[in-house]
Design a protein around this ligand. Structure first.
Ligand code: ADP
Length: 461
């Protein structure tokens, strides 16, 4: 309300009060009232009454508007900023109400902007593959994205607001955060984490100082990168190189030893020479078998990686029949019967040469690890969304503890027995990779002393 308007509103009251004020001293002049003094007294009373009435009316309206404004501010405080006060009656209070409405609208816009920025920041953090966590100067978690929570084995809602050691007990991570907070400089480290479920993780942690908008340090920010798969791969490669060297070393050492024995004079004893040469030939065959299996494995792996393995519609029974034929001489030698059960019309997308090799490897194992006189059953079926090719034997079976690792390269339950039977320890790894190249998977069921069933699952056309 402008001052001018207020003055206009109150003007009559002022007038009467002024008149009354002029009249009062007259009333006080003489001890006896005269008629005009009575009139003056009445006027004063009337003026005072009118002034009081006017002021009361204005105070009431002002009170109403102020009460509305108060209610409005309470709503703002509760976050309800979308509400506007109507222009009040009288209009003198309009400026006040407009100012409040404007402040509300501005606050609404500002909060909207802040929410948008916060949502954007959270969306960025949530979609990061790296784990991000931030702590304040007391090492309390003030931010944690889902990747970070998963890496440290915590829940975001539970972790926020708690101190870091309470959420994850890891001295290396603790040290890294303390270093950043103490020295106010970035630092990086590789940390090993043992999670509640016993899982081991290797993480690369990069810690840096967290600043507020005024460039004041307010805590530490840590970015976590999961190195576990890379480490696992490194281990597999290291084991593989060690295994290959070991596998090759055995026959090479043996060949070298017998050649030296021959050179030392055994060559002059025809019977000895013949025996040693046969051993050398067997070891050379073994070397060749290992190298061939290694080459096959690397070709299949490379072909799968580069998507170079051609798959075409082919008949499964033809493939199974060819694999059985390859293994038949060995089966006859060990008096083992091979039974083939397969419908004629089963067609799948296959690489016939590779699939034949995979099935032949399984049949070869079934023959190798079955006692003479047993039957090996080879069958293929259409099952729901896939084809199943099963190779079942009633041989020695495999202990439960070995089953998860049986498809690893060079993994053998009984090393001596496998070598004795001419195994390289690569047969099942080759099967696994060939089946993967077909978009399928391999499973095994086995019980010690009862036999094993290996199964190739191929997707249907
Ligand atoms: P290997 O050349 O030694 O047979 P594989 O990779 O083919 O190598 O098999 C790995 C190991 O799995 C074997 O050494 C053997 O211990 C076990 N195994 C494979 N197939 C069978 C089977 N049908 N019955 C029993 N054990 C088997």
């Amino acid at each position: 309300m402008t001052r001018k308007r207020l003055f206009r509103q109150l003007y009559p009251s002022y007038l009467f009060v002024a008149l009354a004020a002029a009249a009062v001293p007259l009333a006080l002049l003489g001890p006896r009232p005269v008629p005009w003094q009575g009139v003056a007294a009445a006027s004063v009373a009337f003026a005072a009454a009118v002034a009081a009435l006017g002021s009361f009316s204005i105070a009431r309206r002002l009170g109403r508007v102020l009460s509305q404004v108060r209610q409005m501010l309470e709503r703002y405080a509760q976050g309800d900023l979308g509400h506007k006060l109507p222009t009040p009656d009288p209009e003198e209070f309009a400026a006040l109400v407009e100012a409040v409405n404007r402040a509300g609208a501005q606050l609404d816009r500002r909060i909207g902007e802040l929410m948008r920025q916060r949502n954007e920041r959270e969306a960025v953090l949530a979609s990061m593959a790296e784990g991000v966590l931030a702590v304040d100067r007391d090492e309390r978690l003030i931010s944690l994205n889902h990747a970070g929570a998963e890496l440290i084995g915590a829940e975001v809602e539970h972790a926020l607001g708690r101190s870091l050691p309470e959420v994850v007990r890891n001295p290396a991570l603790q040290r890294l955060v303390s270093d950043v907070l103490d020295r106010q400089e970035s630092t990086a480290d590789e940390i090993e984490l043992s999670l509640h479920d016993g899982q081991q993780r290797t993480l690369h942690a990069q810690g840096s100082v967290l600043y507020d908008s005024a460039e004041k340090p307010i805590g530490a920010l840590v970015v976590l990168h999961d190195l576990t798969p890379i480490k696992r791969l490194e281990n597999v490669r290291r084991d593989f190189v060690a295994n290959v060297s070991h596998e090759l070393k055995t026959p090479v050492t043996s060949i070298k030893g017998f050649v030296e024995t021959l050179l030392d004079g055994a060559v002059r004893d025809p019977a000895e020479a013949d025996r040693f040469l046969r051993i050398i030939a067997a070891q050379a065959d073994r070397l060749q078998a290992i190298l061939e299996d290694l080459l096959t494995l690397s070709r299949v792996e490379e072909g799968t990686e580069k998507m170079e393995i051609a798959l075409e519609p082919g008949n499964l029974k033809d493939v199974l029949r060819a694999a059985v034929q390859v293994c038949q001489p060995k089966a006859d030698e060990r008096h083992i019967r091979i039974e083939l059960v397969c419908d004629d019309g089963l067609e799948a997308r296959i690489n016939p040469v590779l699939l034949e090799q995979a099935v032949a490897n399984l049949i070869d194992n079934a023959i190798k690890y079955s006692p003479p006189g047993q039957t090996v059953r080879v069958e293929a079926h259409r099952v729901a969304t896939e084809f199943e090719i099963r190779v079942e034997d009633h041989g020695c079976g495999i202990g439960r503890e070995h089953l998860p690792r049986i498809f690893e390269r060079f993994y053998r339950v009984d090393k001596a027995r496998s070598r004795e039977l001419g195994g390289t320890g690569l047969g099942l790894a080759i099967v696994k990779h060939i089946v993967q190249a077909h978009g399928g998977r391999t499973t095994v069921k086995s019980a010690l002393g009862e036999g094993s069933t290996f199964c190739i699952h191929l997707p249907r056309l």
